[in-house]
Design a protein around this ligand. Structure first.
Ligand code: ZN
Length: 333
């Protein structure tokens, strides 16, 4: 058993309370390799932004659970080396699907876990979430639950439709499970294809797809039922069209990839939404940068020469999100 406190990590409790009061949100960036982690830590350290490092079950399988945990430990030391005296870094399990997986993460030094029982019947979701909370709270690890179903694909999590969170269920769920934060479904979605072209309208000037608006009325109703309770938005990449364009022009194939407009996320960040999950955007930044190197310098075969530019591009993206979408810069001096 390794406590996250020994690793210099923090849980989400105080971080979320401050974010709700301050009208900003904490970035939750997924990572599964060194370059992503370096980019996240450099961006957070320079921006002095609290940050949540997210690891999915798929990432743990890809990178090796032990190695990932030591990477997170190293991230704290690296942040300090970069001049961030009191790094506010959370190591969080994204979409935990069983008690055993959550326990394994808690036992190996995670400071926060998500248990996603949103696909289960309501009573089973309550029971599973409570079981994880009861274990996690013994070690002061915070727990995110989920109500409602997001559409899209993310690692092993996929659904072809979304079901908005029912605001009538949130008080009962939060009270009976004791969870520390709640992921809700208001129309965000996993992956780089958040909406089909049929769900969108087309801007006559640019020819670009315009997605349908998020269901802010559902968010408002949830906040009315649970005043001041930390709310989480998954699937909140914006799918920057300049990356999609670069990828498609340089031999890639991402037709009609579309995300959530940053305008809507800025609005959400000012509310009780205090954690916004962004994964696809960094994948797109990385892919676009690598394609560019491969196109410009076909003879290049040193991974540092294409992963380096990819890392720089991800860092730019993370800083942009922190400063211009979440507003979390300067909140962890
Ligand atoms: Zn998610």
């Amino acid at each position: 058993m390794v406590s996250y406190k020994e690793l210099g990590l923090v849980n989400t409790r105080e971080m979320f309370a401050k974010a709700i009061k301050g009208g900003y949100a904490i970035p939750a960036f997924n990572f599964n390799n060194m370059e992503q982690l370096q980019a996240i830590i450099k961006a957070a350290a320079e921006e002095k932004s609290p940050v949540i490092l997210q690891v999915s079950k798929g990432a743990r399988n890809y990178a090796n659970a032990t190695l990932l945990r030591y990477m997170a430990q190293g991230a704290v030391a690296y942040a300090k080396e970069l001049g961030w005296e009191n790094p506010q870094i959370v190591l969080h399990l994204d979409h935990g699907d069983s008690f055993e997986l959550c326990k394994s993460c808690i036992d190996s030094g995670f400071s926060s876990v998500m248990i996603d029982g949103s696909h289960l019947p309501y009573e089973e979701n309550v029971a599973l979430t409570k079981q994880v909370v009861d274990y996690a709270h013994q070690y002061d690890v915070t727990v995110e639950g989920e109500l409602g179903v997001l559409a899209g694909v993310e690692d092993e999590v996929s659904s072809d439709h979304h079901t908005y969170t029912d605001p009538e269920e949130v008080i009962d769920f939060a009270t009976r499970t004791g969870c520390d934060s709640l992921a809700i479904s208001i129309g965000t979605s996993h992956g780089a294809y958040k909406f089909t072209p049929e769900q969108c309208t087309r801007d006559p000037k640019t020819g670009l797809l315009v997605p349908p608006p998020l269901a802010f009325e559902v968010l408002d109703a949830v906040m009315e039922k649970l005043p001041g309770f930390p709310i989480v938005l998954h699937g909140s990449s914006s799918v920057p069209q300049e990356y999609v364009k670069t990828i498609n022009e340089l031999g890639g194939k991402l037709p009609d990839a579309i995300g959530i407009p940053e305008e809507e996320l800025r609005k959400a960040a000012k509310s009780a939404v205090c954690k916004i999950n962004i994964d696809s955007d960094s994948r797109l930044a990385m892919t676009a940068a690598i394609r560019k190197v491969f196109t410009d310098k076909p003879g290049e075969f040193d991974p540092r020469k294409y992963l380096g530019p990819a890392r720089d591009e991800m860092e730019r993206l993370y800083k942009h999100k922190i400063e211009n979408v979440l507003g979390s810069n300067g909140k962890a001096e």
